[in-house]
Ligand binder design. Structure first.
Ligand code: GLP
Length: 235
């Protein structure tokens, strides 16, 4: 595991974008696993900047996102599909049909989950998975639990996650109580993992995840078993 202590958020974002750009240079047909939340926003801005400077093209890139809220349609500004379109995809030459985000607004969420795993499988797996980390140690929306869930599945969000994510909603009541998330299996099968953690408030959980026991109570701790992880942290 490689751990980088960045000077500040700008540095974290630049270094993360560089790793993604290198991946695209190595393989312009890469499958990128992408994340939402506030942490990757700076990284996405850097990618857009590089695209505008004609340093990189995304026309052959495919992306799979980690998760989506149950019950939010793609045109809902709080949905992760909307987030990805408005913070990244709309500014690149990526083909929208090559960008995948779980559909949280389907009647049959179980078959949506199965379908999502098939999409990842048919793409040949993930070359580089970008991750943030929740205050409770979640990756994607794999919440603390008694076991690791391998496949894409529906989860009940923990009170800590609902509280943390309420900053994007009018109030806590509006935060969906469930989400559909890629499982630990697809994340661990990604060839490379890039985990970003921004801010002092993430330090404690990051330490637990990287140096504590490997336990589903701290889902990100499973990354200790992955053989190609880069972590970028800044206070
Ligand atoms: C959400 C997402 C996660 C993300 C986490 C951290 O819950 N499902 O993928 O890592 O938030 O968010 P932030 O980067 O805003 O701290």
């Amino acid at each position: 595991m490689k751990i980088i202590n960045a000077k500040n958020y700008e540095e974290l974002s630049k270094q993360a974008a560089d790793i993604i750009l290198t991946q695209i240079k190595i393989n312009p047909f890469s499958v990128l696993g992408l994340a939402t939340g506030s942490t990757p926003l700076g990284t996405y801005k850097e990618l857009i900047k590089s695209y505008n400077e004609k340093l990189v093209y995304f026309k052959n890139i495919k992306t799979v996102n980690l998760d989506e809220y149950v019950g939010l349609s793609p045109d809902n500004p709080q949905s992760y599909r909307y987030f990805m379109n408005h913070n990244l995809f709309d500014f690149l030459d990526i083909k929208k049909e090559n960008t995948f985000v779980p559909n949280g607004c389907t009647k049959n969420i179980e078959s949506e989950a199965e379908n999502y795993d098939n999409i990842i499988k048919n793409l040949g797996g993930i070359d580089l998975q970008l991750l943030g980390i929740g205050l409770d140690g979640h990756i994607g929306f794999n919440e603390p639990s008694n076991c690791f869930f391998k496949n894409t599945h529906t989860v009940n969000l923990t009170p800590s996650t609902i509280k943390a994510n309420s900053r994007f909603f009018k109030n806590e009541e509006e935060v969906p109580k469930q989400a559909v998330t890629m499982g630990i299996g697809a994340i661990m099968q990604a060839k490379k993992v890039l985990l970003l953690a921004n801010g002092k408030q993430k330090e404690d959980i990051l330490n637990k995840a990287l140096f504590g026991n490997i336990t589903p109570k701290v889902p990100a701790s499973i990354l200790q078993l992955h053989n190609n992880v880069t972590v970028i942290f800044c206070e």
